[in-house]
Write a protein that binds this ligand. Structure first.
Ligand SMILES: Cc1cc2nc3c(=O)[nH]c(=O)nc-3n(C[C@H](O)[C@H](O)[C@H](O)COP(=O)(O)O)c2cc1C
Length: 354
């Protein structure tokens, strides 16, 4: 499924009286119909409102450990975006410090996503700001799309950029490219995870909020099979909504596997009291019978914290293929089925034997 692309427009200037708002209004008017036709969600991140103090996190951003709520909020905003448009002025032949600070606050949240540039300024129309900003963006794993738009302040009448149909068309083309890049780059998103035994052509990464919609569709598709073999619709995985899947992504270790841009498999694991719990192991129907479920099951077992004594999971009482897989990996049924669900467990010290 191709989900809606979320474009985050970052307004760099935080000056009290700024031209940025007029530039943004021009861009929105020029690209609005195109964004609607492409089904793009456009959100604005005004750095004046995002309000990040300078370099105030004790840990380096690539640890992903943030202590301040403003950084966590910024992290969620950037992680949830598929692509960026930066609206920036030029300060002393470089980008404004507010923009550099917004980039520097995060790391992995930017990686593998495209970015489009819209600058404005005096002599160089802000293009020198872009030179420095692009260097930073490249370091963070962002990919600049071609076709920067740069506005000369000298051309303005008062506080408004002049009408220019050719420039408006360029803005539309830039947005179209941005969306195409966002779709093409999706397989590169998020830090890649090294999953032993993963077949060539498949890429695993930690699920991000932006994966929730695709994950939900795959989950429902996979659990329809479970509903059929168990002759019941009373299966939690079939009824979860987008918020619940997003919440699992935020609180559990959720791994997704993609073939190209398509999400084809996933597994989750988390601490459940004294046990390490594995759940929502799913592989798209046309990708089954190639050992991917076993690869993910083993990976999920390996993620248990040191000292874990037991790994648990559950499946439908009539899900014969699942039960066979789990038993072949050393899991044993721990009690009689209740509500048509079988609980299985494995002693952690047996994991390396599987
Ligand atoms: C600290 C500072 C440095 C500036 N340096 C440049 C510059 O190097 N090149 C340029 O074209 N304009 C420069 N300008 C002018 C800005 O491009 C202009 O003020 C623009 O409107 C700023 O964007 P804003 O109004 O949205 O904040 C500078 C402005 C400030 C405040």
């Amino acid at each position: 499924m191709s989900k809606k692309i979320r474009v985050l427009v970052i307004v760099a200037s935080v000056r009290p009286r700024r031209r940025a708002d007029a530039v943004l209004a021009w861009w929105r008017a020029a690209t609005g119909p195109c964004a609607e036709a492409l089904g793009v969600d456009v959100e604005i991140a005004d750095l004046r409102e995002v309000h990040l103090p300078f370099d105030d996190e004790p840990e380096e951003p690539d640890t992903g450990r943030y202590i301040h709520e403003h950084t966590r909020r910024w992290s969620r905003t950037v992680a949830g975006a598929d692509a960026f448009v930066v609206v920036t002025s030029e300060h002393n032949h470089s980008m404004p410090a507010s923009l550099k600070n917004a980039f520097d606050h995060l790391a992995a949240e930017w990686a593998g996503k495209p970015i489009a540039w819209l600058s404005y300024g005096n002599t160089s129309a802000g293009t020198r700001a872009l030179l420095s900003a692009k260097q930073v963006a490249t370091t963070l794993g962002l990919s600049s799309v071609p076709g920067d738009i740069s506005l000369h302040l000298a051309d303005w009448t008062g506080d408004t950029p002049p009408a220019d149909a050719a420039r408006s068309r360029r803005a539309v083309r830039q947005l179209e490219r941005l969306v195409a890049y966002a779709q093409a780059l999706r397989p590169l998103r998020g830090p890649r995870i090294d999953v032993g035994g993963l077949a060539a052509g498949l890429v695993a990464h930690r699920a991000q909020t932006g994966d929730a919609a695709e994950l939900l569709v795959l989950q429902r598709c996979c659990w329809v099979d479970e509903a059929i073999v168990n002759n019941t619709l009373a299966i939690a995985a079939l009824h979860e909504d987008l918020d619940e899947v997003s919440s699992a992504i935020a609180t559990r270790r959720v791994v997704v596997v993609r073939r190209g841009a398509r999400l084809i498999a996933s597994v989750q694991c988390w601490q459940d009291g004294a046990d390490w719990r594995i759940g929502r192991l799913m592989v798209a129907p046309d990708e089954r019978r190639r050992g991917l479920a076993r690869v993910l099951l083993r990976y999920a077992q390996e993620q248990r914290p040191p000292g874990t004594r037991r790994i648990t999971l559950a499946t439908g009482a009539h899900s014969r293929a699942n039960i066979a897989l789990y038993e072949s990996e050393g899991f044993e049924q721990v009690r009689a089925p209740a509500d048509d669900v079988i609980e299985l467990a494995k002693r952690s010290d047996l994991c390396n034997a599987s």
